[in-house]
Design a binder for this molecule. Structure first.
Ligand SMILES: [Fe+2]
Length: 168
């Protein structure tokens, strides 16, 4: 994605300080982010901005991890997320897991959003990814964000109603 450093900088300046001290998935009005023209332009190299239905900030507090989860919601809306690093993504990472046979999930809520959560003993790590550039994530593979640093980790997740072209 072009102009990534500049995008990260402008997003960080615009979002509330809340994200620096809280682990959260928080959606903002698309219009809120539209003002960051460079972000809108860069996303539009991949798809029209009007096909985006959710832009959210995901923050992970210092020295903590997000629950192991699968994003909840209609699969066509949540499956592929375009994730953009905003702050402290070089030494923090996302882990993907395989679910062990017979494992159960639990529907949990994080503010207004739901997710299906798994116990650590019910999963096995299959991959870990450092978000050092923008990347598509399949949010239907169980995952967690791990932040072993003393700073918050912040990313942007961009979701679309329609499949991203190259992932069809
Ligand atoms: Fe997630």
């Amino acid at each position: 994605m072009p102009h990534l450093d500049e995008i990260s900088k402008q997003v960080l300046e615009k979002i509330p300080d809340f994200h620096k001290d809280n682990s959260a998935y928080k959606s903002y009005d698309k219009k809120f982010f539209e003002e960051i023209e460079i972000l809108k332009e860069s996303v539009e190299t991949l798809k029209p901005w009007n096909e985006i239905f959710d832009v959210a900030v995901v923050s992970t507090k210092h020295n903590s991890k997000l629950p192991i989860h699968v994003d909840y919601g209609p699969i066509e809306k949540t499956k592929y997320s375009l994730n953009i690093p905003v702050y402290n993504c070089e030494k923090t990472y996302t882990v993907f897991y395989k679910i062990k046979e017979g494992a159960q999930f639990e529907k949990k809520s994080a503010g207004i959003n739901y997710y299906n959560g798994y116990k650590e003993s019910d999963v096995e790590e299959i991959d870990r990814i450092y978000l050092n550039k923008a990347a598509f994530f399949n949010t239907q593979v169980p995952h967690s964000a791990i932040n072993p640093t003393d700073e918050p980790r912040i990313i942007l997740t961009i979701r679309s109603d329609k499949p991203w072209k190259e992932l069809n």
